[in-house]
Structures are given as structure tokens and as C-alpha cells.
Design a protein around this ligand. Structure first.
Ligand SMILES: C[S@@+](CC[C@H](N)C(=O)[O-])C[C@H]1O[C@@H](n2cnc3c(N)ncnc32)[C@H](O)[C@@H]1O
Length: 375
């Protein structure tokens, strides 16, 4: 994207989708964690000015409003740590937080602490999180740069050392594919972000595969940093620029909630997802409609690799951890696949324990051999 020079800029549709996703994730995230902890934290390393040119709220204000609503009904605390590299934007952000504080009651305002900091994301963010004692308690970190690569692997590693930290990172692959092969400075920036040189394999990939390759490399980077589960969202703006949002967590519940948020994002924003596991649809986009045809193909392929069969419970775990789909979509699909003779189920009734096997047409089923009894 073209990097804006002014304090404010126009909010494009994919930013609106990103905001919708953030809101829909934080809405369950905060209450779930506050049911077990007295205090949780939210941080941003690239906070922006808190407002767009038409007055739409930026991500820190969206998070603040969600938290104010959540704290209305709970006697708990939330800390927000917001870092912004542009002095004018950090100043505007403070103004916007001040305005947002006009809505909630004094009691709620007292229980949300917000600090804004002018500085480079790295190392300012870590310094502030440490100084304010946020590392170790549940923490959601949004690293929403223009796509970089400008988030050092060492920062991700440091954040992932704490089990309850989750991150959402913005990653734009085009900069690396366009400039890094010929320019050492950009290559070094790539190495710092990916934590090694393995991503440079992209230079030898076919042009049509380069973005997907970098996307997978970046998910792998998050996993190597310590976030055992990742989920990738592809966003394509109206000019066709590709931007990935990559979510990292160590918790299956986090993954599940993020998927629910993802599937409920307003379709009008034009956000699109692709599932890398669906080899037939690499070039097509998955609509936000719960179109389960790709999941059907993914499950079929998975079952066909397992002649001894898989339980529905195992297929649900696979769906949660390895695809962009929700486990809640699996049972119905298995029923449909059984009725269409794509798989067989034992017993016929589909429950978590039901075994799902690849379908073998009757004429191909081998009779039990009696050879063993002959010899
Ligand atoms: C994509 S915008 C953030 C938008 C914001 N998250 C939102 O959704 O409303 C990126 C912001 O990061 C800031 N920025 C760029 N490089 C930075 C750095 N190295 N450290 C901190 N902030 C930086 C820019 O000034 C800009 O405001």
C-alpha cells in the first residue's frame, strides 16, 4: 500500500474488515479471560492516530470501546499499551482516547489504564510491556504495520515466551518479492523478520506461487517463535494488493474464537480467505458464506490417506488446527458425504466416536481371502 504522509488517511474496505475481525475477537476474548484473571492487557506496536479521515475509529479506539463495555459488568482491570512511531499520530491518538473516555462511567474509566508512547515498535513495545508488568498475564498484541516486513523475529520470540500472549501480525509479501532479490538491505530486513534465510527460497519459485510461499513461511515463522497455532487471513484490496493477517496463539480456544470471528465478519467488506489445504482452490477465493465445499474436499483427502479410518472427533480437531473452517461444520458434512457415498461411517449414525472410512464401491471390495487357511 502507499504509505500515507498525513496524520489521517482514508479507511479502505480491507481495513474495515480487519477492524470488524478485531472487534469480534476481542468481544469474547476479554470476558473469557476476565472470568479467570483480575487483569488482562492489550497492546499495539503500530497504533496509528486512532481515527480515519471520515472520523471512523482506529483499532485502539475499537479495542477501548469493547473493553469499556466488558468492564461495565465486571469488577476487573484492563491495561492498554499503545506505541506509535509518528509523533503527530501519537498525539492525535491521545486526543482520541480522551474523547473515547467521555462515554464510560468514571468507575469503568478507572479500571482501564491506557498509556500511549511515541517510539519505534521495537524496542519500545517490549520495554513498556515489561515496565508495566503486562508480560505473563493474558495479553493480545496487534502488530499492524503497513505490512513491512518490519517486525523482528526476536520480538515475536520474546512475546511467545509467555503462554498467554497472542499476536495478530500484518504481513504484505509484495515488498520482498519485488525488491529483496536484488537489494541486500531488503534481504536483510527479510532475514530479521523471518529469523533466518529460508524464506529466500521464494526467489526460485514460480511467480504464481511466491505470495503463497511467503505466507506459509511467515506462518511457520510465528510457529517457530512459539505460537503453536496460527491462522492466516488473506485480504485483497480493490486494487488487488494482497495483505495477510496472521494470528498466533498457543491455545485451541483462541483459535476457535478467532475462527468464529473470522466467519462472522461482514461480507460487504470484501475480505477473502483461502485455505492452503484445499489444493483445488489455490487460485479461487473462499467467500465468507459458509461454503463448505472446500472443507468437504479437505476432509475427503484426509480420510483417504487413512485407510483404517478417523473418528469424527479426530476430524474436528484436524479442522480446528489445520484449516480455516470451524469444527462445528464437520458433523453435518460427514452425514452429507456418507449419504453421497463419498465416505462410509461405522456405525451409520454420526457422533464424535463414529469412524469415518474412505468409500470403497462394492465391486472393488475384496472378499476375505481363504488362502491363509490353505497353508
Ligand atoms: C497501518 S497503520 C496502523 C493502523 C491502526 N492499527 C488501525 O487499524 O487503526 C501503521 C502505523 O504504524 C506507524 N509506524 C510505522 N512504522 C513504525 C515503527 N517502526 N514503529 C512504530 N510505529 C510505526 C505509522 O505511523 C502508522 O500510524
Amino acid at each position: 500500500m502507499v504509505v500515507p504522509k498525513k496524520v489521517w488517511w482514508d479507511r479502505d474496505p480491507h481495513t474495515a474488515a480487519k477492524h470488524d475481525l478485531l472487534r469480534k475477537y476481542l468481544q469474547p476474548w476479554a470476558p473469557i479471560l476476565l472470568s479467570r484473571y483480575d487483569s488482562i492487557a492489550y497492546a499495539e506496536g503500530f497504533s496509528g492516530p486512532g481515527v480515519y479521515s471520515e472520523g471512523e475509529p482506529g483499532s485502539p479506539i475499537i479495542a477501548f470501546n469493547v473493553f469499556a463495555g466488558v468492564l461495565e459488568h465486571r469488577p476487573k482491570h484492563i491495561r492498554m499499551v499503545l506505541v506509535e512511531g509518528d509523533k503527530r499520530r501519537e498525539s492525535e491518538l491521545r486526543t482520541q482516547i480522551g474523547k473515547a473516555r467521555g462515554e464510560p462511567s468514571d468507575d469503568v474509566n478507572r479500571r482501564i489504564s491506557v498509556s500511549t508512547h511515541h517510539g519505534e515498535c521495537h524496542p519500545t513495545l517490549l520495554e513498556q510491556l515489561r515496565a508495566q508488568g503486562c508480560l505473563g498475564s493474558p495479553l493480545f498484541v496487534l502488530l499492524d504495520s503497513y505490512g513491512g516486513p518490519d517486525i523482528p523475529f526476536s520480538l515475536l520470540q520474546e512475546l511467545a515466551r509467555h503462554r498467554s500472549t497472542e499476536v495478530m501480525v500484518t504481513f504484505a509479501p509484495s515488498f520482498l518479492t519485488r525488491f529483496a532479490e536484488r537489494d541486500e538491505k531488503h534481504r536483510n530486513a527479510g532475514d530479521t523478520a523471518f529469523g533466518g534465510t529460508q524464506w529466500q527460497e521464494v526467489f526460485h519459485r514460480h511467480p504464481s506461487q511466491k505470495f503463497a510461499f511467503l505466507r506459509d513461511q511467515y506462518s511457520d515463522t510465528l510457529r517457530r517463535a512459539g505460537f503453536s497455532h496460527t491462522l492466516t487471513f488473506e485480504m485483497v484490496d480493490e486494487k488487488g494488493h494482497v495483505l495477510y493477517l496472521i494470528f498466533g496463539t498457543r491455545h485451541e480456544l483462541g483459535l476457535e474464537k478467532m475462527k468464529e470471528a473470522m466467519w462472522s465478519v461482514d461480507r460487504d467488506h470484501g475480505i477473502r480467505y483461502r485455505d492452503p489445504k484445499d489444493t483445488q482452490q489455490q487460485q479461487l477465493t473462499l467467500e465468507l458464506e459458509p461454503n463448505t465445499a472446500p472443507l468437504r474436499r479437505i476432509l475427503l483427502e484426509h480420510v483417504s490417506r487413512s485407510p483404517e479410518g478417523m473418528t469424527v472427533a479426530e476430524l474436528k480437531t484436524y479442522t480446528l488446527l489445520e484449516t480455516v473452517y470451524k469444527p462445528g461444520q464437520v458433523t453435518n458434512l460427514i452425514r452429507q458425504m456418507r449419504d453421497a457415498s463419498a465416505v462410509t461411517t461405522t456405525p451409520r449414525r454420526v457422533t464424535a466416536e463414529t469412524l469415518v472410512l474412505p468409500y470403497v464401491p462394492p465391486h472393488e471390495q475384496t472378499e476375505p481371502s481363504d488362502q491363509t487357511t490353505l497353508f
